[in-house]
Design a protein around this ligand. Structure first.
Ligand code: FMN
Ligand code: ATP
Length: 279
């Protein structure tokens, strides 16, 4: 997969290089089940047309620019999004700099400059995707904004328990500590990477830690895996295991969040049996 960091300065150079492609559109923070359906639909269209599959995503998140949010709870860093999109079969990943200029583009200008001139022949997005200044463009207007030159596939809402699966919903569940709910929304448990020094796990940036409390997790690195209990504070994660910390835990690892054992008030949600320590 080729990753292209696009902005108004280098756009013309990539327009010259562009060839026909099918493009999936959106932020895709967390790559949840709704996102995966959009990517899979776009991959199907690309295969039928025998053209590459591209994804256009935006950074920083549009809400930080439009709503002036200084603190935003990303579910994954762009590097993790890049890896997941590659695994899903994406050929070109356009990460567009979302600034005030970009946010102010008219729907027509966005479609002309960032879709048509980048070779898009078929666009795929979910039912609620919006584009252009004030989000005035949507899946109903996209074909018209392209002058009929782009076909459009709209992916219907993917729900869980009657509600839209969304990155916002996942952020809310995490910040409430409900990590056991997340496989129903993401398709697997929420994971984040970080570094272990002694018994302190420091998460990498642009992940969201669950609410403070005790959690049952699985710690992985390339060679080993350990099911254990951790305590989440505001900014860090501490191992609570009263065993000697295994030497292999030091350094880079992945934390897989299985369930909340108790919240910061000490209310118990789940009896964790310490002796089941191997994953
Ligand atoms: C080129 C472009 C410009 C946009 N400009 C705006 C805007 O000015 N205001 C807005 O609310 N959304 C704008 N959006 C839509 C946002 O990307 C986002 O979809 C919208 O804020 C709703 O976010 P949500 O669907 O994640 O809740 C723009 C999108 C694109 C691709
Ligand atoms: N549950 C869903 N069903 C179908 N399509 C979806 C769903 N959630 C998002 N999409 C689509 O996936 C793409 C990425 O959307 P986006 O990044 O805005 O996801 P989101 O989950 O709505 O994020 P947020 O909650 O931050 O607004 C868009 O095309 C959007 O329409």
């Amino acid at each position: 997969m080729k990753t292209i960091y696009l902005n108004k300065e280098n756009l013309a150079a990539y327009q010259v290089l562009a060839s026909s492609n099918v493009m999936a559109l959106g932020c895709f923070d967390g790559l949840h089940r709704g996102h995966v359906k959009v990517i899979h639909s776009a991959l199907q269209e690309a295969k039928e047309r025998n053209v590459p599959l591209s994804v256009m995503s935006f950074f920083p998140h549009p809400k930080t620019v439009i709503e002036g949010k200084t603190c935003f709870h990303y579910l994954m860093p762009q590097s993790e999004k890049e890896k997941r999109l590659c695994d899903l079969g994406v050929d070109i990943f356009y990460l567009v700099e979302f600034d005030k200029f970009f946010a102010g583009l008219s729907p027509h200008a966005f479609v002309e400059e960032y879709l048509i001139k980048l070779g898009v022949i078929h666009a795929v997005a979910g039912y609620d995707f919006s584009y252009g200044s004030r989000g005035a463009g949507n899946m109903e207007t996209l074909k018209h904004n392209s002058g009929g030159r782009i076909d459009v596939t709209t992916v219907e809402k993917v729900e869980y328990k009657g509600k839209k699966i969304s990155s916002t919903r996942i952020r809310q569940q995490l910040l409430e500590g409900n990590v056991e709910e997340l496989p129903n929304l993401i398709g697997h448990s929420y994971e984040l990477t970080g570094v272990c020094t002694g018994c302190i796990l420091t998460p990498d940036s642009n992940y969201t830690l669950p609410a403070p409390g005790h959690y049952e997790v699985v710690l992985n690195n390339k060679k080993n895996s350990l099911r254990t209990e951790v305590v989440v504070n505001e900014k860090s994660v501490m191992l609570t295991s009263n065993k000697q910390i295994p030497s292999w835990l030091e350094g880079k690892l992945t934390i897989v969040w299985n369930r909340q054992i108790k919240d910061q008030t000490g209310e118990v949600f789940y009896e964790y049996t310490r002796n089941e320590s191997s994953a």
